[in-house]
Ligand binder design. Structure first.
Ligand SMILES: *[C@@H]1O[C@H](CO)[C@@H](O)[C@H](O)[C@H]1NC(C)=O
Ligand SMILES: *[C@@H]1O[C@H](CO)[C@@H](O)[C@H](O)[C@H]1NC(C)=O
Ligand SMILES: *[C@@H]1O[C@H](CO)[C@@H](O)[C@H](O)[C@H]1NC(C)=O
Length: 509
């Protein structure tokens, strides 16, 4: 009881100080203040003030450069090259009305971002040690977390009201450094789940690994006095070929996949309130890539007698290095590795989600129903619309089991079906039937193999009827252990079962 009393006194004091802060700073001033006050104690520590100091003095504190890096004068170095093509503004939904009602300033950070912050960067091979597998993860395709997620249903989301990334620690440092080549303000931990970076071994030789990875990170494009603008690519993926002692990097590549028609989620604030003044949009980024320009090479070369040599031969030509050929003993395909990483990030993917046309072909062949999710933004990337759905119901085991047993699952973007309508006569009828039943932002549907939608539910409606208030969630922590089934899982099960019931008379074999 004393602890509770203390907590409530502290809460009271904080509320009081917050009120005083509001009085002295005004709404927008307080908003800016709290964007810097990362631990919410209403005091700005020197660490929290650092980004402002750097901005005002135009000088980066020496620590930023040297403390993070372990200099390795005897080790190997490699150069990483960044390629970047800016977001195509015309792919944003809000471009249709000419960005009507959107302040010019809100988009300034986005419009201004036309080149990578650092087109080339020299790195030590040893910095890539973070990509090596831990001792217990040396099997092909067995994923591990490079940066573990710190979010779960009880921690909720991280604040939108931040401008400057926290100082990266441990294995975050190399990823932060790599992403900084695109933009100076990368956040290696996203505000929303699934957060973090995951990796698995794709190939093994006697001395080398190929490690495939997938990173969920985002960028803050605006700075004070403007309001925050978050730019969240669907994912960063790629691979690294490195020696088992990380002294040599043969190859490194990181990229944002660009084969879907939309691959970036954007969210920005237009006022000093995180909850009410928020705009969202999605768009297409043609290219965001990092690649090593060649294998890592020693920065200092010794001759047979141990003397330091010039890295140019007597004629002045750079010394040519010859690299041993790597004989891979065991490997899995890139597709298989990518699939493992995807399931690690999204447990709901334990059931495969097929592309729209394949799903209906399969349903026809197996005489099953199609469980289809039609969205404005993508379900398996960072985009906002599928987020809530994915984090709750689609990952729960009773839903996974029922989907696996009785449905063929699929998800598609509205934009993709609109293209299908125009391009493919055979499938356009299926797309028509789907789009007829669609309501923004996400519609879940159950269809016969011929495309007839027999049951559907809108995600917003679904969330309304199943939403739990935070205090209810808190009090139900304890009931989870006593066979508690959360209301959204129960409702979704009911939705699927109702679909099966309605389909019964059509699906008789
Ligand atoms: C635009 O970019 C330039 C250089 O990259 C920078 O100096 C300027 O502050 C940026 N402007 C805005 C509004 O972000
Ligand atoms: C799906 O069903 C198959 C065969 O019935 C089974 O082997 C597999 O483990 C199931 N997967 C899930 C995620 O339930
Ligand atoms: C699909 O099949 C059902 C049952 O056979 C039928 O009632 C329905 O009209 C068909 N829909 C289309 C679009 O052909």
């Amino acid at each position: 009881a004393r602890a509770a009393l203390r907590a409530s006194v502290q809460r009271c004091e904080r509320a009081c100080s917050a009120e005083m802060a509001l009085k002295s700073l005004g709404n927008e001033g307080l908003f800016l203040f709290s964007s810097l006050d990362s631990n919410n104690d209403l005091y700005i520590s020197p660490e929290e003030f650092k980004p402002i100091a750097e901005k005002l003095t135009g000088r980066y504190s020496p620590c930023k450069v040297s403390c993070e890096e372990t200099p390795d004068p005897s080790g190997e170095t490699l150069s990483i090259v960044a390629k970047f093509q800016p977001l195509l503004m015309e792919t944003m939904t809000k471009s249709k009305d000419g960005f009507l009602g959107i302040s010019h300033i809100a988009l300034s950070g986005l419009r201004n971002w036309t080149t990578p912050a650092a087109p080339m960067s020299m790195m030590f091979a040893r910095q890539f040690k973070a990509f090596l597998p831990p001792k217990n993860k040396r099997e092909l395709g067995d994923p591990w977390w490079i940066i573990p997620s710190e979010l779960n249903i009880f921690t909720g989301y991280l604040s939108n009201n931040r401008f400057y990334p926290p100082a990266p620690k441990g294995k975050e440092i190399v990823i932060h450094k790599l992403l900084s080549m695109f933009h100076p303000r990368p956040f290696v931990k996203t505000r929303f789940a699934p957060q973090g970076a995951v990796a698995c071994i794709q190939a093994i030789s006697e001395f080398y690994y190929v490690v495939a990875f997938r990173i969920h990170a985002e960028f803050q494009l605006n700075e004070p006095p403007d309001f925050p603008f978050w730019f969240s690519p669907g994912q960063f993926t790629g691979h690294i070929v490195l020696s088992k002692d990380s002294s040599h990097v043969r190859q490194f590549k990181l990229f944002v996949p660009n084969e879907r028609s939309l691959n970036v989620d954007m969210e920005w604030l237009y006022g000093a309130s995180e909850s009410s003044n928020m705009e969202v949009d999605i768009g297409y980024l043609p290219q965001m890539e990092l690649e090593s320009s060649g294998p890592s090479i020693p920065s200092v070369i010794h001759d047979e007698n141990g003397n330091v040599m010039d890295s140019r031969d007597p004629v002045g030509e750079p010394i040519q290095f010859v690299f041993e050929e790597i004989n891979w003993q065991r490997e899995i395909s890139w597709e298989e590795a990518a699939q493992k990483l995807e399931v690690a990030m999204y447990p709901f993917k334990k059931v495969s989600y097929l592309p729209f046309t394949q799903a209906f072909d399969r349903a026809k062949a197996e005489n099953k129903l199609v469980h289809s999710i039609l969205l404005w933004g993508a379900l398996d990337d960072q985009s906002c619309s599928g987020r809530t759905l994915r984090e709750t119901v689609l990952e729960s085991s009773p839903i996974l089991a029922l989907l696996n047993e009785s449905f063929i699952s699929s998800w598609s973007l509205v934009k993709e079906l609109e293209e299908l309508q125009r391009q493919n006569e055979f499938y356009s009828r299926l797309a028509d039937l789907h789009l007829e039943k669609y309501n923004f932002p996400v519609e879940m549907m159950i269809c016969l193999p011929n495309g007839t939608v027999i049951h559907h539910i809108n995600a917003n409606y679904f969330l309304d009827i199943t939403s739990m208030k935070p205090e209810e969630v808190e009090s139900s922590i304890f009931s989870f252990s006593t066979n508690f089934e959360d209301p959204s899982t129960a409702t979704y099960l009911q939705f699927l079962k109702e679909g099966l019931q309605r389909a019964k008379r059509f699906l008789q074999t």
